[in-house]
Each structure stands twice: as structure tokens, then as C-alpha cells.
Write a protein that binds this ligand. Structure first.
Ligand code: FAD
Length: 437
């Protein structure tokens, strides 16, 4: 399928330039070939190259063309919808506690890579707030506090007044503060990862869509239109942008389009009235409003879209304005200067799965958002696999490819209006009357 262009995004206009890369036009070999130059692929490549493994990364387009170059840049090292008991139930022993630890420590990994390689991507680790859209949600946030603090994190429940101070909005019944989170320029981060990999001797070829992967000797031949990489092992990190190069890999998730918006630059005083501590804010709704301020003083937000939402840019921008006139009336009259689209790879579990596709080939898809920290963390797990760690010692179980129901894409589209209605009704029960969200 043709994907929306990346050029309209704010990040394309503001990220530091990426390294020079070229298309693959010859036959090469490597220890590990990685398909996809997003967070997942590049994190796995860096963690392998740091151990002296010879890696080649191939991307169909440019570095960061997928979600990694167009997301909102929130770094929120948590599971979006699950508490630890839920993760333990679905992931199972002995992996669940390792997977939980990898996710909970994923911001350390992101900011650690940024420090280690001097990545210039406007990264700030100022913490993040989950803003409770109803009082009922506070019970769930109490469980979150207990979960993450049991791992030594210093998270806090926020009362209404502190939530209002941190979010600039009087609409929240309270919230949850996690000091480990932060935000960054997502394209700047992924381009910085690419530079880091090249500095370690890894190779990257862009404009090189992989068309087939076939056995070759004891390994695999990964072919593009004009060249190939023969490697012992292959890691597939193509996320929501997966094309049909491996049978049914693009059926392991449903695509969900998301629109992103950035305002014109805002006055300092207005920003101070919104996020005085420069926190990154995500609501507890199923289709949450989220916001953070960029280095050039813009507010960035996203909205999951389907039908006219997304299909009609004017209508979509007007919806976003209506949302924010309610959440942050002080923003009234500010223009959305940038507007772009990206795709999420949605899995019903809401966190990724690792697929054992054939001896020597693995893939991870189904990030369902959260890819800044999670893609980086899963990339490290894939690198452990590439280094020969036994499957049973990895931080995620690897399963044979499991296609999601063919109805999931349709169900996801139908579910969105439904969950928005559920969010509205749960707010109405407390006398809270948000506009159509
Ligand atoms: C609008 C939007 C907002 C988001 N906001 C956030 C956020 O604030 N915080 C957060 O943590 N997450 C967010 N996400 C999710 C996050 O961006 C993704 O989960 C993450 O980027 C996935 O990274 P990845 O490396 O797995 O895949 P991607 O970044 O999608 O990279 C996949 C790459 O594979 C390449 N590829 C595909 N097929 C082939 C092929 N045949 N041959 C070669 N290359 C191929 C593509 O060109 C692409 O570059 C958001 C996503 C969107 C769309």
C-alpha cells in the first residue's frame, strides 16, 4: 500500500540532517542483516555492532521513514493499557518479569543511547503525566503507582490541583507522574541512531526495498531489486510499514492511521501556563489527547483517525482545535501549522510480539504505539537473539507467526468510534461534558 509522505511532518523540517546513505546495488554479506531503519532495526543493529557483529541495515525508503520519523516523540516507558498482572498473564513465565523490566527501564536505554552517542535530538527527560479524564481512572493509576514503584521507580499519584499545575488544564480529576519519561524530536533520534551505527562500522542502505528472503548455504539471502545481503541471521523490524516481502508478516497486526499536528510557535508565557515543568502529557482515554512542547515552542498532538477524521484535513484540524479549546482554552486561536500522518501497528495485546519465522529469522511487530522506548528496548532483545542468547533466556517469548483476525482492521475502525463513546459516557457520569472528542 502507498504510505503517506513524511515530508509534511514538523520533524522533517526541524530534525538534524541524517547521514548520507545510498541504495544497495551489489551483493554483500554480513553476520546479521536487518530490515527496517526505524528504532527497532537500528537499536538491534547498534547493540550488535557494539559487540563487534558485522551488520547491514536495509530500508525501503529513508532512515526513519516509518513511525520512527513521524511520531509525537513522547518517551513513556510503560505499558499503555496493561498492568503488570495482565502482562504476566499474557506473556507468561519465565519471560514476563524480564519483559516488564525491559519496558520499565526502556527510557534509561533511550536516554543512555542519546548520551553515549551524543545524539542531538532535543531530548529532555522531564517526566510524563498520565492525566485522568475521570475520577474512576484514579483506581487504575493507583495500581500503576504500585506496579512501577515495586521496581524502584519513583512515580506519584497526582491530586486534581497538581495535575492541573503540571498539565495546564482544569479538566483532569488527577493523574500519575513518572519522572523517567520525557520527549524528543523522533526523526532526530532515529537519524542519530543511524549515525551511531555508522560510527561503529555498521552499514545502512536506503531506497532498498527487500523483495525476498531465501535460504542460502547455512544462512539467508536478503534480496533487493539491485543487490543482496547474504547473512547468517536476519532481523525484521518493519513495523506498521511492513510490505509483503515475508508471507503474512503484514497480517500480524492491523494498521491504524494516526494524524499528528503541531501549532505555530507559542509565547513562553503561554507555554509556562501549560507545562511549567516541560512534562509530556498523555490522557487516560482510549483515544487520548496527548501533548508536549517542542524545542521550537510548538505544541504537538496526535489523533487516531478513520473515515472523515483524517480523510478530510479541514474537518480533522477543526476537531483537534475543538479538543484543545476544551482541554487548554488558553490555546484558543493558535493555528495548527504542521499536519501529517503515520501508521500504527496495532495488536490486540497492545504490546509487541516476537516471531520466530524460520531458523535464523525473527521479526517483531505489533508495537501499538509506545515505539520510542519499546522499539529501542525490543531492538536490544533482538540483538540478544542475534548474539546467540538461547530463546528461553530472552526477555520476550518467540512464537511462530500468528496472523491476527482478518476482521481486526475493520474491527479497529469500528472500535474507535465505540471507545470514544465509552470515554464520553464515562465522563458524563461525573457531570464532565467534553465536546465531541
Ligand atoms: C503519528 C504517530 C504518533 C506516534 N506517537 C508516538 C509517541 O509519541 N511515542 C511513542 O513511543 N510511539 C509513538 N508512535 C509509535 C512509534 O512511532 C512506533 O511504534 C515506532 O516508530 C515503530 O518503530 P519500528 O522501528 O518498529 O518501525 P518503523 O519506524 O515503522 O520502521 C519500519 C521501517 O521498515 C521499512 N520497511 C518496510 N518494509 C520494508 C522492506 N520490504 N524493505 C526494506 N525496508 C522496509 C520502512 O521503510 C520503515 O522505515 C507513534 C506512531 C505514529 C504513526
Amino acid at each position: 500500500m502507498p504510505f503517506a509522505p513524511i515530508e509534511p511532518s514538523l520533524w522533517y523540517a526541524t530534525a538534524r540532517p541524517g547521514p548520507e546513505t545510498s541504495a544497495l546495488d551489489t551483493d554483500m554479506s554480513a553476520d546479521v542483516c536487518i530490515v527496517g531503519a526505524g528504532y527497532t532495526g537500528l537499536s538491534s543493529a547498534i547493540h550488535l555492532a557494539e559487540k563487534g557483529v558485522n551488520v547491514i541495515v536495509l530500508d525501503a525508503e529513508i532512515v526513519g521513514f516509518g513511525g520512527s520519523g513521524r511520531n509525537a516523540g513522547h518517551c513513556t516507558p510503560t505499558f499503555a493499557h496493561s498492568n503488570f498482572a495482565g502482562v504476566r498473564k499474557t506473556v507468561g513465565a519465565p519471560y514476563a518479569d524480564r519483559f516488564i523490566a525491559a519496558q520499565a527501564d526502556s527510557a534509561d536505554l533511550v536516554f543512555g543511547l542519546i548520551d553515549r552517542y551524543g545524539i542531538d535530538c532535543d531530548a529532555v527527560r522531564t517526566g510524563y503525566v498520565e492525566a485522568a479524564h475521570t475520577p474512576a481512572v484514579l483506581k487504575r493509576l493507583e495500581v500503576r503507582t504500585a506496579d512501577y514503584n515495586s521496581l524502584g521507580k519513583k512515580t506519584q499519584l497526582l491530586d486534581r490541583a497538581e495535575a492541573a499545575r503540571r498539565t495546564g488544564s482544569s479538566r483532569y480529576a488527577g493523574g500519575w507522574y513518572h519522572p523517567d519519561g520525557g520527549h524528543l524530536n523522533p526523526l532526530g533520534y532515529v537519524r542519530g541512531l543511524a549515525r551511531a551505527l555508522l560510527s561503529l562500522g555498521g552499514k545502512i542502505h536506503t531506497q532498498s526495498p527487500v523483495v525476498s528472503i531465501v535460504p542460502s548455504g547455512t544462512g539467508w539471502k536478503v534480496a533487493t531489486a539491485k543487490g543482496s545481503v547474504t547473512a547468517d541471521k536476519v532481523i525484521l523490524g518493519t513495523g506498521a510499514y511492513t510490505t509483503s516481502y515475508w508471507p503474512k508478516l503484514d497480517r500480524t497486526f492491523a494498521r491504524l492511521a494516526t494524524a499528528a499536528f503541531a501549532t505555530e510557535p507559542l509565547p513562553e508565557a503561554l507555554i509556562a501556563s501549560i507545562v511549567p515543568d516541560n512534562n509530556t502529557v498523555v490522557e487516560t482515554r482510549h483515544d487520548p489527547a496527548s501533548y508536549r512542547i517542542t524545542a521550537d515552542r510548538r505544541l504537538v498532538t496526535t489523533m487516531m483517525v478513520e473515515g472523515r477524521r483524517g480523510g478530510d484535513p479541514e474537518y480533522t484540524r477543526a476537531l483537534a482545535s475543538r479538543r484543545f479549546e476544551w482541554i487548554l482554552p488558553q490555546l484558543k486561536g493558535k493555528r495548527w501549522e504542521y499536519y501529517w500522518y503515520g501508521e500504527l501497528d496495532i495488536h490486540p495485546r497492545t504490546y509487541p510480539r516476537l516471531y520466530d519465522l524460520a531458523p535464523g529469522i525473527v521479526a517483531a511487530t505489533g508495537f501499538s504505539g509506545r515505539g520510542v522506548p519499546t522499539g529501542t528496548a525490543v531492538g536490544k532483545i533482538l540483538a540478544d537473539w542475534g548474539m546467540g542468547t538461547a530463546k528461553t533466556d530472552l526477555a520476550m517469548p518467540s512464537d511462530p507467526l500468528v496472523a491476527v483476525s482478518a476482521l481486526l482492521p475493520l474491527a479497529t475502525r469500528i472500535a474507535l468510534p465505540y471507545v470514544r463513546l465509552v470515554d464520553q459516557i464515562s465522563a458524563w457520569r461525573y457531570g464532565i461534558r467534553p465536546p465531541k472528542y
